[in-house]
Design a protein. Structure first.
Ligand SMILES: Cc1ncc(C[n+]2csc(CCOP(=O)(O)OP(=O)(O)O)c2C)c(N)n1
Ligand code: SF4
Ligand SMILES: [Mg+2]
Lengths: 619, 350
């Protein structure tokens, strides 16, 4: 095992099913599918796993990382810190990658080029495999030489970490189904790596995986795919969109599912229409026009697209037109860090557009909720006659997550809200588009073409009276604005309620969070327990807020709001909307563009108490 | 404010095939300035729809923001209308049309709405071949914001405030021709004889129809140095061709001398009869139309009439291969694949 030993006497990392493997690649070299296969192999062995793609806003030639966390306790958030095993395939980032290996950990690298002295750390183990040289010898075609490098290291990892080789073979078979010619060469490349590792190292090394039965019915999928599928199941037929990372794949997946599931079997015609618009203004305009006309419609965007859509969001709010907007948030402001994650559009979306506006927001935490809330968003939009914004983020949207399998209740019917049919119009003595007949702030819509002479009205973004007539009378305007407030309060009753986890003996500390921040929480709870601190938690699922949030805040002495933006926007929204004194809410704000870690949360909580005790001592 | 008109009906008003009178196609009382060209367009639309016997509820009136965009409130009271945001009517109409291909989309915009803030949306809705009639009421100014110059104002003219138009003008007909519109015409709000048949033909046309209507703003653009004033237009108008519109049901009796007439059959079987004032006028040649428009403009003339017509062009839903049933009428059974399909999808993620 000479190749793997380090000169200094350090404890070599040892673990079964609890470690992080970080792949350092160059983007555009085909590493993504090999890395994906690696993560999926762990999944197939029944072991909980997560994968984070940390990629540049670039098409080819820049460093990109893929972090796989393997953890039997289902702690699957980004762990942060150094990794036990780093696969260094990018000469550009090599030094940085060497630094990212944990003390006692392993570096697998391409030894076709010898390491320089400054690249040698004496506290880690080097796994030298001459990958380029092997490819040079085996393959003539330069493209193959490049692509198979990735497959070779996956093969080597199988030997090193004790991944079942048959699992990998099955995955190759699935990946190239229909392109069967590619199966044999890929398996051959896996074997090249596998054999090399076996011949040169003592396999497995002290990090390894062992088969478990811990996945149960869970699936592994990215949030954007789930959101797209939710839109298909929710009955969306019209989409306007404009490409932007990280939301693009929502629409691409929607298109590919529709191409499979929404073609009329008799005629071959499409039961959907998709327009790649000229910009985000047009994208949302299309969704609004279609929804106004009674189709379920959505658009998806990120960052700058949200800014462009705000005028239309105000129109849809004020003119009371349902629509669904998927916001896959990324690091702002401006173009910001387009390929990094954040939850920094909370205020921009909650109050999107000029004037007094409030928008309905949903905060999915995982792909399961992306699916469910995406489908539900269409019901909510129709019931409330207002835009519903699904607040996803890059981590959720673009990374694969282990999640509950999707289910659909075939008995459940679409809730189309208050839309009058011709017959209902005939039965009415009087129709007013903005008459609050039910006293819930939600009035009755009619769709164009419904009735030859009843129910037509003029939709507008200007002030209007109950009969949709233009007015500048203050009383009419005020009445309408107050009704919109009533409707928004009504909306709170339809929103998914927060998920509260409270011990029977109430903890003094309460953690409030939403969306992907939840991934780090179970681990943070455990770590805080190790520090003698017990916590209760509340996960916000929607805005407008439920009143149980106020109770939770009042019931806890130290409340922390955990979020992924600089300005603690959710805290502002909570204080503002629930009339909570801002100093009652402590801030835990992570905004470096990387998914939140439990360590970050725990450190902030500990810091808070350390500060508190030092001020109480001095004061 | 919109005022309701009195609902008193003269018992002997003429009725159309649907048994409706002209008044059934009217809207709220106009609040535009007395003499505004847009009101003349409104009455041409009312007449065209009445004569076509269009069921009013099968029409959707779409607009942006501006005096011109208010006009839909003043016609077709029984139609749904959508007064959207400034410059964005084309996208809203696109969505509406995708949702229900069976309605007739009648859109009204201004030169500010379409040639400035909405130029991008204008261009793209033409490209998209949306089946609609897009009317621009072209007054060379922004009426609603009190007379600033519009991008359609000819270079060198001044507005009422004396501001000089320094930059070259945008001709929306030329753009529409370049971008593949299948029906392109220009008219004058004061020329109802030309305008009504054009609107009728455009509404019967399957595909994207565009009519740019010179529509003087009496308040801000009806002065001596304007090329959009009533006087100027009356003196400088040149007509390429006069059109008659003959609906499917009517026997063709229109008298017209052989050699100068051409009948074009529209998709629904109705006829567009073109009397060529200029003997060589060819409505099948977009490039030539662009040339004609430009060369007349250089002579200080406004060329009007039907410039281009392709009655067989494809529209969005043909290209998209959309279902014949409007998308907004598809039921949950058709739209939702159900749990069995979902469980096989789940299996692809294991
Ligand atoms: C985003 C936005 N910017 C500016 C305005 C103000 N505005 C209202 S109408 C208008 C110009 C309308 O001109 P045009 O489309 O030519 O219509 P006209 O009144 O001349 O018929 C402007 C600039 C607005 N409503 N929205
Ligand atoms: S300002 Fe001009 S465009 Fe507006 S209503 Fe008056 S005349 Fe018409
Ligand atoms: Mg104008």
């Amino acid at each position: 095992m000479s190749n793997t030993s380090s000169s200094k006497q350090v404890n070599t990392c040892q673990s079964i099913n609890d470690f992080v493997v970080r792949f350092a690649n160059t983007n555009g070299t085909g590493s993504a599918s090999a890395n994906n296969m690696f993560a999926k192999a762990i999944l197939r062995m029944g072991i909980p796993v997560s994968a984070k793609n940390i990629f540049p806003s670039n098409i080819q030639g820049m460093p990109t990382w893929y972090e796989v966390r393997i953890n039997e306790s289902n702690f699957l958030a980004r762990r942060g810190g150094q990794s036990e095993l780093v696969v260094a395939m990018n000469a550009q980032s090599l030094l940085e990658d060497i630094d990212s290996v944990a003390c006692g950990g392993f570096l697998l690298y391409d030894s076709s080029r010898a390491l320089q002295t400054h690249e040698i750390r004496d506290d880690i183990n080097y796994l030298a495999i001459p990958i380029s040289a092997i490819c040079q010898k085996e393959y003539q075609d330069p493209r193959q030489r490049q692509l198979f490098k990735n497959v070779i290291y996956v093969g080597a990892l199988a030997a090193l970490l004790n991944i079942e080789f048959d699992v990998l073979k099955t995955l190759v078979g699935e990946q190239f189904r229909g392109k069967d010619k590619l199966i044999t060469p890929n398996i051959y490349a896996l074997e090249l790596g596998y054999q090399y590792a076996h011949q040169h190292f003592q396999c497995p090394i002290s990090l390894r995986v062992e088969r478990r039965e811990l996945i149960n019915n869970r699936i592994m999928v990215d949030g954007n795919t789930a959101t797209a599928l939710g839109a298909v199941y929710g009955g969306a037929t019209v989409v306007g969109w404009y490409p932007i990372t990280p939301s693009t794949s929502v629409v691409e997946k929607f298109a590919s599912y529709c191409a499979r599931l929404r073609i009329d079997p008799a005629t071959g015609k499409k039961n959907y229409a998709l327009v790649q618009a000229e910009d985000e203004l047009a994208a949302i305009g299309i969704a609004i026009g279609a929804s106004w006309n009674g189709a379920r419609a959505f658009t998806a965007t990120s960052g700058p697209g949200i800014s462009l859509m705000t005028e239309f969001l105000g129109l849809a709010y004020f003119a009371e037109i349902p629509m669904v907007l998927v916001n896959v948030q990324r690091a702002g402001p401006s173009t910001g860090m387009p390929t990094r994650t954040q939850q920094s559009d909370i205020l921009a979306c909650a109050y999107a557009s000029h004037g007094d506006t409030k928008q309905v927001l949903l905060f999915p935490q995982d792909p399961f909720e992306c699916f469910t809330l995406s489908a539900q968003a269409f019901d909510l939009a129709d019931q409330l006659q207002t835009p519903v914004i699904i607040m996803s983020d890059l981590d959720l949207g673009m990374n694969d997550h282990l999640t509950a399998e999707f289910i659909w209740d075939d008995q459940q019917e679409y809730q189309l809200g208050k839309v009058l049919s011709a017959q209902q119009l005939d039965e009415l003595d009087e129709y007013g588009r903005y008459l609050d007949v039910d006293n819930d702030g939600i009035c009755y819509r009619t769709l164009p073409g419904t009735h030859p002479d009843k129910g037509a009205f003029f939709t507008r973004g200007t002030s209007r009276n109950r009969y949709a007539g233009y007015t500048e009378k203050s009383a009419d305007y005020v009445e309408n604005m107050q009704r919109l407030t009533k409707k928004f309060n009504q909306a709170a009753k339809l929103m998914p309620s927060p998920e509260i986890k409270q011990s029977s003996k109430r903890a003094k500390i309460g953690l409030i969070f939403f969306g992907t921040s939840s991934h780090a929480i179970p681990e943070a709870i455990q770590q805080l327990k190790d520090h003698g601190l017990s916590v209760d938690t509340l996960r916000i699922k929607a805005f407008p807020f439920c009143h149980s949030i106020i109770d939770f805040i009042n019931d806890h002495q130290d409340v922390f709001v955990i979020e992924q933006n600089r300005d603690s926007q959710m805290r502002t929204l909570l204080s503002n909307e629930l009339a909570i004194a801002p100093n009652k809410l402590n801030v835990i704000a992570n905004f470096d563009g990387l998914p939140l870690t439990s360590l970050f949360v725990v450190n902030k909580v500990l810091e808070h108490f350390a500060q508190q005790s030092s001020t109480s001592q001095t004061g | 404010m919109s005022y309701q008109k009195s609902s008193f009906y003269h018992p002997r008003l003429p009725v159309n095939d649907l048994g409706l009178t002209y008044r059934d196609y009217e809207g709220a009382l106009s609040t535009l300035c007395a003499g505004c060209g847009h009101d003349a367009i409104t009455s041409a639309i009312v007449q065209a729809c009445f004569e076509l016997s269009l069921p009013p509820h099968q029409v959707a009136k779409m607009s942006g923001i501006g005096c011109s965009s208010k006009a839909p409130n003043y016609f077709l009271n029984k139609s749904h209308g959508f007064n959207s945001v400034h410059g964005r009517m084309p996208s809203v109409t696109t969505g509406a049309n995708l949702a229900n291909r069976d309605l007739t989309y009648l859109a009204m915009s201004g030169d500010g709405d379409s040639a400035s803030i909405g130029l991008g949306q204008f261009a793209h809705v033409v490209r998209r071949q949306l089946n609609m009639l897009y009317v621009v009421a072209n007054n060379g100014v922004y009426g609603l914001t009190k007379g600033q110059l519009a991008a359609t104002a000819d270079k060198g003219v001044t507005n009422k405030g004396g501001e000089l138009s320094l930059f070259s003008d945008i001709d929306l007909c030329v753009m529409a021709l370049q971008l593949g519109a299948t029906f392109v015409a220009r008219s004058f709000s004061g020329d109802k004889k030309q305008l009504v048949p054009l609107i009728k033909a455009a509404m019967s046309h399957q595909g994207f129809a565009f009519i740019d209507i010179v529509s003087p703003c009496v308040t801000f653009n009806n002065h001596a140095s304007s090329t959009r004033s009533y006087d100027y237009v009356h003196e400088h108008i040149t007509t390429a061709a006069v059109t008659d519109f003959i609906p499917v049901k009517t026997e063709i009796t229109s008298d017209c001398q052989a050699g100068v007439c051409e009948d074009i059959c529209l998709h629904d079987g109705s006829l567009m009869r073109i009397h060529k004032l200029q003997a060589d006028y060819d409505t099948k040649n977009a490039m030539k139309a662009i040339n004609d428009i430009e060369s007349h403009k250089q002579k200080g003339e406004i060329l009007t009439g039907l410039f281009y017509l392709d009655p067989n062009g494809e529209s969005f839903h043909d290209v998209n291969n959309s279902s014949d049933t409007p998308l907004n009428q598809l039921k949950q059974e058709v739209l939702c694949p159900g749990n069995r399909v979902l469980s096989s999808i789940n299996d692809s993620f294991r």
